[in-house]
Design a protein around this ligand. Structure first.
Ligand code: APR
Length: 233
């Protein structure tokens, strides 16, 4: 393996599947049971806030029933042990990476365990149900909403992600279908700057053609094996 110093890792719903959290596009995926237009757009929130808040309340409550799996644990170990730059960019809104001990990470699509004020833009940790029109503790407007990046909204920390990708020697994509941009385009940015690219997924994905290598299998097996390999570099 050529000299690897800086690693960017993109994770998707597949890394949390073995913890018992539904993915979006697989069999009985979340988008099988709900239309994106009904629960994951600003228009949906304006049209039916009770439905949207309830959808995220149910997913937030589910987090108390699940635990990180071996893939989350392996990435947290890599985060602790890796001497170079490392950034875990997760599309997931669950808190399993943090609970496994990961630090050098960010949630580009927001977090279930956070509430955002639509009036003043402040967010705060939130672990319980979040009814519509909950007053913001900072500005008092009845405007707290789930801190989730809806379709049509700008993902979080894109500047930080772009900077990390520009310096990457290795880009690893884990458990994502490559269906949603801008995340689906990160592999092409990585290739463009000359980084090696590796995909770890249960099956090949829409983006597999862009990767130097795709390994198929469950994340709980592939990720610990890969972390062992990269720590022996
Ligand atoms: N191990 C590894 N990969 C898995 C596993 C597993 N045990 N189970 C499923 N996968 C893979 C599937 O093969 C699929 O490629 O995880 C991927 C899940 O794809 P999606 O359900 O589309 O989830 P994701 O790619 O994270 O979706 C991206 O779309 O709806 C938006 O904001 C939402 O962040 C989400 C984004």
């Amino acid at each position: 393996m050529p000299d690897i110093r800086n690693i960017v890792i993109l994770t998707g719903a597949g890394i949390s599947a073995e913890s018992g959290l539904a993915t979006f596009r697989g069999p009985d995926g979340l988008w099988e049971g709900h239309r994106v237009e009904d629960v994951c757009t600003p228009e949906a929130l304006a049209r039916n806030p009770a439905l949207v808040h309830r959808f995220y309340d149910e997913r937030r409550a589910k987090l108390t029933e699940v635990t990180p799996n071996a893939a989350h644990a392996a990435l947290a170990e890599l985060d602790r042990a890796w001497p170079g730059e490392l950034l875990i960019v997760t599309q997931n809104v669950d808190d399993l990476h943090e609970r496994a001990g990961a630090n050098r990470m960010l949630h580009m699509h927001g977090e279930l365990m956070s509430a955002l004020c639509a009036a003043c833009g402040t967010s705060k940790p939130w672990h319980d149900a979040l009814p519509p029109e909950t007053p913001c503790p900072f500005c008092n407007a009845p405007a707290l909403r789930p801190d989730i990046v809806f379709f049509g909204e700008m993902p979080y920390e894109m500047d930080r992600i772009d900077a990390a990708l520009r310096d990457a020697d290795l880009f690893v994509s884990i458990g994502t279908s490559g269906a949603v941009y801008p995340a689906a385009g990160f592999v092409q940015t990585a290739r463009h700057i000359g980084a090696r690219t590796l995909e770890l997924n249960l099956d090949s994905s829409a983006g597999s053609i862009y990767f130097d290598e795709t390994r198929t299998g469950p994340a709980s097996v592939l990720v610990p094996d890969w972390v062992k390999e990269v720590l022996q570099l």
